[in-house]
Design a protein around this ligand. Structure first.
Ligand SMILES: [Zn+2]
Length: 248
């Protein structure tokens, strides 16, 4: 994994863009350790994120928070060796995936097909969340407050991490920037309502799951885009059309 560079959003709050899919991770530095938000798509990516954090602060890593179970956000968990916090459904989804698309055979087949990622996946073992919550969680650490808010929508287990004092919102894959949202596990019809809910939060920077940080007007524009999609007659009749767009 190549070098990743932290981008500062507010005092003690950063995000990083990792790998060719520009998946985002974030971190919050506190006097009682660092909270990492998502861990990158591979163990090597997780190690690169950890190295980047070490260039910013001497504080140890305290927790990793997973915004949802998708591999781009969780396969780096093992690099941190600390408790992982997530929505209760995240662990369930991971356990299900282990018997299917994340089975040892499937992972090996994927690495054989995409040889460029094989070195990144060396020594992979899935590290699951050990602390979970249902509707909302509050993490008070080192003088900072992180709201963990269940959103669903992109996936049933999707959460946001909101720092009200720093006015930063880590939205996971419920926000995308510069690419079409991935809708495979999503309820597209509810996305507009969800974006309205996100817009009601008092943030200056919103970090999507993929792509560069967004301002409030970018989130508004994404909602307007969804509203126009849902007004299209062919799409209104059935969600499968929308699903097909998402595969592009
Ligand atoms: Zn996702």
């Amino acid at each position: 994994m190549s070098h990743v560079e932290p981008i500062q959003l507010a005092q003690d709050v950063y995000y990083l863009q990792v790998g060719p899919s520009l998946v985002n991770a974030g971190f919050v530095v506190t006097t009682d350790g660092v909270v990492v938000v998502d861990s990158g798509p591979t163990p090597a990516a997780g190690a690169a994120i950890r190295a980047a954090i070490a260039r910013v602060t001497d504080q140890p890593i305290a927790y990793v928070v997973n915004t949802h179970f998708h591999s781009s956000h969780t396969f780096g968990n093992q690099a941190f060796d600390v408790p992982v916090i997530a929505h209760a459904a995240c662990r369930e989804q991971m356990q299900r995936a282990l018997t299917d698309e994340w089975s040892r055979e499937e992972i090996e087949r994927c690495c054989a097909e995409h040889r460029e990622i094989a070195p990144e996946m060396e020594g992979f073992r899935l590290t699951m969340p050990s602390i979970s919550f249902a509707d909302a969680g509050f993490l008070h650490i080192g003088g900072k407050l992180l709201h963990l808010v269940h959103l669903g929508n992109h996936t049933p287990d999707s959460i946001a991490v909101f720092l009200p004092e720093q006015r930063v919102l880590f939205a996971g894959d419920n926000l995308f920037n510069g690419r079409h949202p991935f809708l495979r596990h999503a309820n597209a019809g509810q996305w507009v309502d969800l974006l309205r809910r996100l817009e009601s939060l008092k943030f200056d920077n919103a970090i999507p799951g993929h792509g560069r940080a967004m301002e409030r007007k970018d989130v508004y524009n994404l909602r307007v885009y969804f509203e126009s999609l849902l007004r299209a007659p062919r799409l209104r009749k059935g969600q499968p059309h929308l699903e097909r767009i998402a595969q592009v």
